[in-house]
Design a protein around this ligand. Sequence first.
Ligand SMILES: Cc1cc2nc3c(=O)[nH]c(=O)nc-3n(C[C@H](O)[C@H](O)[C@H](O)COP(=O)(O)OP(=O)(O)OC[C@H]3O[C@@H](n4cnc5c(N)ncnc54)[C@H](O)[C@@H]3O)c2cc1C
Length: 393
Amino acid sequence: MDFDLSPELAALQQSVRQLARDKVRPRAREIDTTGEYPADLFEAFRRADLLGLCLPTEYGGSGAGILGLTVAIEEVAKYSNTAALMLLLTRLPTGPVLIAGNEEQRRRYLPGIASGSQRAAFGLSEPQAGSDVAGMRARAVPDTRAGHDGGWVLSGTKCWMSGVCQADWYTVFAKTGDPSSRRHDAITAFVVERSWDGVSVGRTDHKMGVRGVDTGELVLEDVHVPAENVIGEVGGFRLAMLGLNSMRPIVAARGIGLAEGALMYATEYVEGREAFGHTIAEFQGIQWEIAKLAVDIEAARLLTYRAAWLADQGKFTKEYVPFLSMAKYHATELAVRASGLAVQLLGAAGYMEDHPTELWYRDARQLTIVEGTSQVQLGLIARGVLGRDLWWD
Ligand SMILES: Cc1cc2nc3c(=O)[nH]c(=O)nc-3n(C[C@H](O)[C@H](O)[C@H](O)COP(=O)(O)OP(=O)(O)OC[C@H]3O[C@@H](n4cnc5c(N)ncnc54)[C@H](O)[C@@H]3O)c2cc1C
């Protein structure tokens, strides 16, 4: 057993830490205030070769794996969860292509992500179908229209899609079987290009945090999708869903980075703030809050790094789900607690926009919702225990 990062990953951690301090930290507040997409940060990530971290070298990536992306996101999330989301979006839509797609799809869609010439987004949710994906109404039927040589006609509306405005292509899920079926083999994943007829961005959301990367609707009106853009096989939702399992450590990294940033900031503040003739850092009540959070952060990091290590070995099938889900659950719930405590430790100052604490507090709230809510993760962990995939005997 070895708890050290490899020399390559330790070097990556150091370089991203520096980049995050120099480029991300000074921009975080402005991105939140203006809500404008931080193209300068995308360019900084591109120049630093961070956009292909988790993509294999044969597709133009750097092959640092899920652990590499996790380590990088943790650093960036110390200052901006919007910037962390930009890195996450190099994996969320590409995951199904990597795991279930064919060689031609990988060669066509992955190098552009690694080089930064293209961006992508992930469309699973619909207004009536978030946790309950089987309730989706987007539909794909065989294209029998004159002039089309087979393929599919895709219609429906996806919502809350992160990065929908900037994306050049989308991983989209639709029912290809009986629309009323709740079976997962009634659902198929497709790659849909933004430039195709019938593809448009609908309304974008006004959200409480993680501003700067819009979420919004993708509207699909009788879109012709060539047969070769089916990811995996028709009805192959299960394989594509493995992409989401493998994402758990990556979204967890957004939580641990945020928690670390919040605790470090609040600690420095209490060391300088005086009350009752002492700095408030001298009070035991404050110290114990700091200590409890430090324990939680280290526990979340261990869970997250283990989950990333598992995912990099292809261990994201059913028997590993509890280990992946508990990283996401623990790290994102921690982010909410940590940002709340940071606001409290700063008192009134923490509530004001003069400090980043209120921004972290708003940003953290999305982490327990996206990519499987905390309740969904608890369900998956419990299923693992009840099914003896997680057992200590
Ligand atoms: C900022 C942001 C970005 C997003 N980006 C994307 C994206 O890029 N692509 C995408 O496809 N989606 C995206 N989403 C959508 C996200 O994945 C869904 O919001 C999430 O899956 C939850 O679905 P829901 O909002 O419909 O909540 P619901 O499923 O309606 O759940 C509401 C509440 O009920 C609880 N609940 C539901 N079922 C159960 C159950 N069986 N047991 C116990 N409790 C339960 C949930 O935990 C939650 O607390 C994004 C959402 C946000 C907020």
